[in-house]
Write a protein that binds this ligand. Structure first.
Ligand SMILES: [Zn+2]
Length: 830
């Protein structure tokens, strides 16, 4: 597999200026392949020199360079060598390309609801050559002219505004200069809602079978889009530069969304077909605002090479939360960040794969792909918040404006960004950048207090840098104390040494709970003191700010992962504090972490049923206390359906009877109950098939697969493993569903043989499944729930192999590290 190196990219961009792409795609040649014609015009700085063009076709038909045909005898399947370049060049490539079903290149999916076909382009990170011939690297930007031929009942969307020029013929308007990884074409019988805002034509699109929820939810999405445009226009001082703005909800999408200029693609589970919760709509709104921030940061100004990808993601992640909180109804966006995003990044810091926010070497394109993680998003966004605390918001905004103006339609790197911030703030930021961006690991922050007769006599913040990772990070944050439901003190501080006194707390009343970083402004492992930990079951629910409660929950969950506290203590806090929690981000994320990791990995097998019962009981109490049909009731009902052992209740819900209010016709809810029954072995393939008959949709098909894979009997496991790892042409989403279900049901004896098979069969998927998709499959299929020393031993052996692809290795390293956390906890607490 050709994998462009940084050195090759540097040499090619020094030599070439690409002046334009003219592409013709013919999507009328059946469901397997399409015809692609690429005309690339470019200048060469050294006439006579040679270079190479990237293309990954099924069949390469003809290549001409400046009118002369190139002999294709030596074509390696990925690179066309171009020799004897002149000052001005034109290369023309015609090829037959394959549609994918792994979410990379031109993905083609069939909707089981109506058998209609949908196509979308995903060129990120290096998949553009699967669609057209190009110089595939982020700093060779050029304008695109695109013509598409498609079945007559389809619509076509792309980076430039689409015009139907005849029966099945479409022309897309010439784009501004774009990096190759932004190229997309979406084509199919998509249905649309269109609007306009401030002169910008807007479109929202999805599969025809999603018409009803799309039309019902479009106004909310358009509102977020309008609010974000207004905010970014005022903040950045540069208008949206890419013409129309389309958001296309596409099937089987690997990521959350992709910021293709003018034509963002988003996973179509975001068009919620059932009842929706507050935090689901918040998450979708955050994704909308995130992709919009990329239109400036990433699209207008693009990183020079993949090692600055964090700059795109950290900025967009930060900006999305800021936008939601400042301009939309989602004033709790940063609480959601604390619960949904930071734990992801904190977990990433604990694995051997952690890396600095910036400056991680990306010697080649594939290694860069591995850095789309909690470090680049959650830690990066937290570093941006610390930067703003360090230089002030006015300087930050001024620096961003300068950066966008100076590099518009071009490329930039970390030094350009820091330079803009330094000029705007008048501060030298090199040591700040070393501490926050160029070193790995988390500082541990704790507060030590001495009290006398109920009053504080002294308070000290301890900062412990990560072992072996010297970093002198300044932190801006606050420390708050709570007793009996009241905030008794709060002090804001900046810590720039390992011990910092807080003299302003002397004389203040002592608190039952002391919460460092209570507003969650900094990035650190918050170590709660023993008295605070002991107080959490009784006091946490009374802490008045959701933000502070989120910090405590995250600190407790991390302390379990670090084997510092017994996972049963967390369960005790859940029993007292979860059902009454008012923040839905906290409710949902705590529930996810308990049911998805803490119970199956950290609680001993013999206690897992009773732990599930604690969750189910608390969820039932939450459901009973929540307003009928409310978002909170819905979240609660979902956790009852997931965790309950009441098979009569689950059967009623699975068959659509006596459902909680608002859940009639909500098939996603019914599949939760079906999934619980399936992994208990309480229903079999006949019941699953009957449910699929009634919910014959893409989502239903995936849920049925997941249920079948989770059935506890040996023959179901054998079937599921073969479907997952054999050559059955399964799509990326089907593989995810099989992997997700597989380890959920079945006792150790049935599952254990598949531990060894994971380490042989999953790496063998490399090459058959794209790396983007395989990363997720390898993570979901890992035997995380067989928490045994032998699993860790086999994992260690597998990691010594040198034939693992980057995605498989990364998934294994991270899952292995999490497994070892669970083993350490069980060794300490039983
Ligand atoms: Zn992004």
């Amino acid at each position: 597999m050709a994998n462009l190196t940084r050195v090759e990219a540097g040499a090619r961009s020094a030599l070439l200026v690409v002046t334009g792409y003219r592409l013709e795609l013919d999507l009328t040649q059946g469901a397997q392949t399409f015809e692609s014609s690429s005309t690339v015009r470019f200048r060469c700085a050294e006439p006579g020199a040679s270079t190479f063009l990237d293309v990954k076709p099924q069949r390469l038909h003809r290549v001409t360079l400046n009118g002369a045909e190139i002999d294709l005898g030596g074509f390696d399947g990925e690179r066309i060598t171009l020799t004897g370049l002149t000052e001005e060049n034109e290369v023309v490539v015609t090829a037959t390309m394959g549609y994918s079903n792994d979410g990379q290149g031109l993905h083609r999916a069939v909707d089981p609801a109506d058998d209609r076909h949908y196509v979308y382009g995903h060129s990120f990170l290096d998949a553009a050559p699967r669609v057209f011939a190009c110089f595939d690297q982020p700093d060779l930007k050029a304008p695109y002219d695109v013509l598409v031929t498609a079945p007559s009942e389809w619509i076509v969307l792309g980076n430039g505004a689409a015009t139907r020029t005849g029966e099945g013929s479409w022309a897309l308007a010439t784009t501004k200069p774009l990096a190759t990884y932004f190229f997309t074409v979406c084509a199919g019988p998509y249905v649309s809602v269109t609007a306009e805002h401030d002169g910008i034509p807007l479109g929202i699109h999805a599969r025809a079978s999603l018409r009803e929820p799309l039309e019902r939810q479009a106004e909310q999405m358009l509102t977020i889009t309008r609010q974000s445009f207004d905010y970014y226009h005022s903040l950045f001082g540069v208008r949206y530069p890419f013409g129309e703005y389309h958001q296309v909800f596409v099937p089987e999408f690997n990521a959350g969304a992709m910021e293709n200029p003018g034509c963002v693609t988003l996973r179509d589970q975001y068009v919620f077909r059932g009842a929706t919760t507050h935090d689901e709509v918040l998450t979708r709104s955050g994704t909308i605002a995130h992709e919009m921030a990329h239109m400036w940061f990433g699209d207008l100004v693009t990183m020079r090479w993949w090692d600055d990808l964090w700059l795109n993601e950290s900025f967009a992640e930060y900006m999305a939360h800021r936008t939601l909180e400042e301009t939309t109804e989602f004033t709790d966006a940063w609480v959601d960040f604390s619960m949904a995003r930071k734990p992801w990044g904190y977990a990433a810091e604990r694995t051997p794969s952690t890396h600095p926010v910036a400056g991680s070497p990306a010697p080649d394109a594939q290694s860069a792909l591995q850095n789309f993680d909690g470090i680049s998003y959650a830690k990066g966004a937290s570093a941006v918040r610390q930067l703003i605390a360090h230089i002030g918001d006015a300087a930050f905004v001024a620096g961003v404006r300068d950066y966008l103006r100076d590099h518009a339609y071009g490329n930039a790197a970390l030094e350009d960004f820091l330079g803009a911030m330094q000029r705007a703030s008048g501060k030298d930021l090199q040591s700040w950048a070393d501490a926050w961006l160029r070193t790995t690991g988390l500082d541990a922050i704790s507060v030590e207090m001495a009290t006398d007769q109920g009053a504080i006599t002294s308070a000290t913040v301890h900062r412990v840098p990560p072992a072996g990772q010297p970093a002198d990070r300044p932190h801006s944050f606050d420390v708050a104390g709570f007793s009996g439901g009241a905030e008794v003190f709060r002090v804001v501080t900046t810590v720039d040494s390992d011990e910092t006194a807080l003299p302003e707390l002397a004389g203040k009343p002592a608190a039952d709970m002391v919460v460092p970083n209570a507003a969650d402004l900094t990035w650190a492992n918050i170590k709660l003191d023993p008295a605070t930990i002991a107080a959490t079951p009784a006091e946490l629910r009374a802490v008045p700010q959701a933000q502070a409660r989120a910090v405590v929950w995250t600190a407790l969950i991390d302390a379990v992962a670090l084997a510092e506290i017994d996972p049963r203590h967390l369960l005790a806090v859940l029993a007292t504090s979860w059902a009454g929690e008012s923040s839905q981000s906290i409710v949902n994320q705590v529930g996810l972490r308990m049911t998805g990791r803490i119970i199956p990995q950290f609680i001993p097998v013999s206690e897992q049923r009773s732990a599930d019962a604690v969750v189910a009981t608390a969820a039932a109490a939450m459901l009973a206390e929540s307003g009928a049909g409310s978002s909170r009731a819905l979240v609660a009902a979902r956790y009852v359906a997931k965790a309950s052992a009441d098979e009569d209740l689950l059967r009623r819900w699975a068959s659509g009877q006596q459902l909680p209010e608002g859940l009639g016709g909500d098939w996603d809810f019914r599949w939760l109950a079906l999934g619980n029954l399936a992994r208990r072995g309480a229903i079999g393939s006949a019941e699953i098939a009957a449910a699929l008959e009634l919910d014959h949709t893409m989502q239903g098909t995936l849920k049925a697969l997941e249920c079948k894979a989770s059935a506890p009997d040996a023959s179901s496991k054998a079937w599921a493993w073969e479907e997952l790892t054999g050559q059955h042409g399964r799509s990326n989403y089907e593989l995810n569903a099989l992997a997700e279900g597989f380890w959920r049901g079945g006792d150790r004896d049935v599952l254990r043989p598949y531990v060894a098979r994971y380490f042989t069969d999953v790496p063998a998927l490399s090459g058959r499944v794209g790396e983007d998709a395989l990363a997720r499959v390898a993570q979901l299929a890992y035997p995380s729930r067989v928490v045994e020393v032998s699993t860790a031993d086999q994992s260690a052996t597998a990691l010594r192999r040198n034939d693992l692809t980057a995605s498989v290795r990364r998934a294994m390293v991270d899952a292995d590290s999490q497994l070892r956390e669970a083993l350490a906890s069980r060794a300490r607490f039983g």
